[in-house]
Design a protein around this ligand. Sequence first.
Ligand code: NI
Length: 172
Amino acid sequence: MTKLKLYEYPHPILKKKAEKVVEVNDDLRKLLDDMLETMYASNGCGLAAPQIGLSKRIVVIDIAGEGKEPNPLYMVNPEIIWSSEEKEISEEGCLSVPGQRAEVERPAVVRIRYLDYDGKEQEMLAEEFLAVAAQHEIDHLDGVLYIDHLSRLKRQMLLKKLEKYRKEHNGK
Ligand code: NI
C-alpha cells in the first residue's frame, strides 16, 4: 500500500465537483486501500478522493477511533437519499484544513446509497458521528468543505488560525 499526498485548502481541486466512478474494479480497490492507509497514517476518520488530488466520487470512513478494532467503510458514488429534519451540531475537523476544528450543524440522520468495495449497491442509515462523517465526506465530492458551512466571520477567524498554524508547522 502507498501513502498518498494530501491536498489542502485552498487547492482548487477541493472546490471541484467530482466525477462518478464507472466501474468498481481491481484498480479502484487498490486506490481504496491506499486511501484508507493514508487516512489511518494521518489519524483521520474520513477521506474523500479530491483530498488526494483525484476528482472522483470515492470516500473511505472509519469512525472506530484509536485503539479500537478497525472498521473501514468504503463508499463509491455515495448519494444522500434522505435527511432527517432534526439537526445536530458537532465539532468537525478535516485533513485538508490541518490543526483546525469548528462546530457545524447538519441533519442528525441520513440515508445513503452507495457501491461497496465489491461494487455492490448498498443502503445505510447513518446517525450520530457516522452521519457527520458521511455528510462531511460526501460534501468533499461536491467541492464543499466544512468551513463553507460556517458564518463568514467564523470562517475568516478559522482561516487566520490556519495561517498561524501553518507558520508554526513550517514545512510540515
Ligand atoms: Ni474533510
